[in-house]
Design a protein around this ligand. Structure first.
Ligand SMILES: Nc1ncnc2c1ncn2[C@@H]1O[C@H](COP(=O)(O)OP(=O)(O)OP(=O)(O)O)[C@@H](O)[C@H]1O
Ligand SMILES: [Mg+2]
Length: 322
């Protein structure tokens, strides 16, 4: 069996009637890299936090290496914290402004590996700084004395401190400018490869995801609408929402792309809300290709073509969908 992460029919609700995440399932093999893409508010961070045990599930289950982890108590989570780590968009979310950067990186070691001597802890902090491309001198500085790129590298070092096996990266480069994004993405790609880290990487940007991940999940209003390889999705997104999301990405067949762009004129619309999801396809209100059936029946995520899943009644009709 797959010894990595197994997310099964996960539902998350903040308010009684609305599901922020609605029946999401996927698997991430140990050492694999999976991307998660979708517009603001579709439930990406909620899912990330649920995997780390920070948000309770309203339904479904999460297993890590065969062990069910969504119902564990605080004590059991302490043991797992070493293995599962989260990198946030905002490094200030994990770097305490009152602590030096070195002390922040040492903190999870202190909490989760108390058997380490203070010398061993210091050595490990210096090694981690080197691994993320920072100089030892940065350890003595406070967060306000470092640049955004340095801080995000320090946040990555902190997440790596306990030698995790799964890294959930929630838009780790979205707050950086383009040049820094490229640097930090290369860094993450290198570290992932060297450490054999399983990675769930959340981003708004498919080009960034493609640097790190082989496969990607497209999420719309709490549901997965397409699962494909980055290459497949870049070449020919199948779900109408995926196509809308990738509108700016050039396609190999310009003719088809022109046709599909015409298809989408007027489709941008206002993002739907969770209230609109019942009973048909959640995207129907924005989809110019909707059929009457789409308003009644929610499409299931099903295999289309080669190693790809799409939740659209018309997926098989699009180019590349046969
Ligand atoms: N703590 C909370 N309490 C109530 N509602 C919440 C809470 N956190 C998130 N939500 C709601 O759940 C939905 C999903 O939010 P989430 O933060 O998971 O989206 P996201 O895909 O990460 O968005 P972004 O790209 O903006 O980070 C949104 O409608 C949001 O308003
Ligand atoms: Mg988010």
């Amino acid at each position: 069996m797959n010894p990595g992460l197994a997310v099964e029919a996960v539902t998350i609700r903040y308010a009684r009637a609305l599901a922020a995440v609605d029946g999401v399932s996927f698997e991430l093999a140990a050492g694999g890299a999976l991307g998660l893409i979708g517009e603001s508010g579709c439930g990406k961070s909620s899912l990330a936090r649920a995997i780390l045990g920070l948000v309770p599930l309203a339904g479904g289950s999460i297993h890590w290496r065969g062990q069910r982890i969504d119902q564990l108590g605080q004590r059991a989570w302490r043991g797992l914290r070493r293995e599962l780590q989260l990198v946030f968009q905002d490094p200030f979310a994990c770097l305490d402004p009152r602590l030096t950067i070195g002390a922040s990186i040492a903190e999870p070691l202190r909490a989760l590996l108390p058997e380490l001597s203070s010398g061993a802890r210091q050595d490990r902090v210096l090694r981690l700084l080197g691994e993320v491309g920072l100089t030892a001198g940065l350890a003595a500085r406070y967060p306000h004395q470092a640049s955004g790129g340095q801080l995000q590298r320090a946040a990555i070092a902190r997440a790596l401190a306990t030698d995790p096996q799964l890294l959930v990266c929630d838009e780790p480069v979205s707050a950086l400018d383009a040049a820094l994004q490229a640097q930090v993405v290369s860094l993450l790609a290198r570290i992932r490869g060297e450490r054999g880290l399983a990675t769930l990487f959340i981003s708004h940007n498919l080009a960034i995801l493609a640097r790190i991940c082989d496969r990607v999940l497209v999420m719309y209003l709490g549901r997965i609408v397409e699962q494909a390889s980055c290459r497949q999705l870049l070449a020919a997104p199948l779900h109408p929402y995926s196509r809308l999301l990738l509108d700016a990405v050039p396609a190999p067949d310009p003719g088809w792309w022109r046709r599909s762009r015409t298809l989408f004129q007027g489709a941008a619309g206002i993002p739907g809300s969770a209230i609109e999801t019942a009973p048909g396809c959640a995207f129907a209100g924005r989809c110019p290709q909707r059929l009457e059936r789409c308003e009644r029946e929610s499409p299931a995520l099903q295999p289309v073509g080669d190693a790809r899943l799409v939740a659209c009644h018309r997926a098989a009709e699009w180019p590349g969908g046969l």
